[in-house]
Design a protein around this ligand. Sequence first.
Ligand SMILES: [Zn+2]
Ligand SMILES: [Zn+2]
Length: 143
Amino acid sequence: MMCDHCDYEALLKAVDLEATANRLGVLEVLGGNSCPLSAGDIFNTLERSGTINRVTVYRILDLLVDRGLVERLSTGGRAFCYGLAPNAHHRPHPHFYCKTCGRMDCLNPDSLKVDTDALRKIFPGQIDKVEVRVDGICKNCIK
Ligand SMILES: [Zn+2]
Ligand SMILES: [Zn+2]
C-alpha cells in the first residue's frame, strides 16, 4: 500500500530500531509502491540506487516483520510478498493474488469485511493478526 504520510524514521524509532540507510531504504521502497513486493523486487529496486546485497535485504525484512512494521503475506506457494504493516495511516486490508503472474494487489479495506470483533468475543486465545488473501486471475492475465 502506497504511503505518503509515513515517517519511517519515527516508525523505526518507535520499535527501538536505529534508522539506518538500508532499513529506511526498504521501508521507502515498500511505501512507494501501490502493491506488495517480493524480496527480489525490493532488492532489485534498492540495488539500482546503491550497494546492498540480497542477504541484507532478507535480514532487514525479517527484522521489520518481527517488529511489526512490515507484513509478510503468503502467496499460497513458497513465495512471500511484503508490504507496510497496517498503522495509523493505513488500515488492514485484504490482498488479491494472481495465480498466473504472481502479482499481489492491495484491495480496498472496505471491499471485504472480516468481523474480527465477533471472533475475538468467542475465540479463547489471543489474535494478533488476520490475513485475508483472495486468489484468482488478474485482469491483465485474463485477457
Ligand atoms: Zn496476473
Ligand atoms: Zn496491501
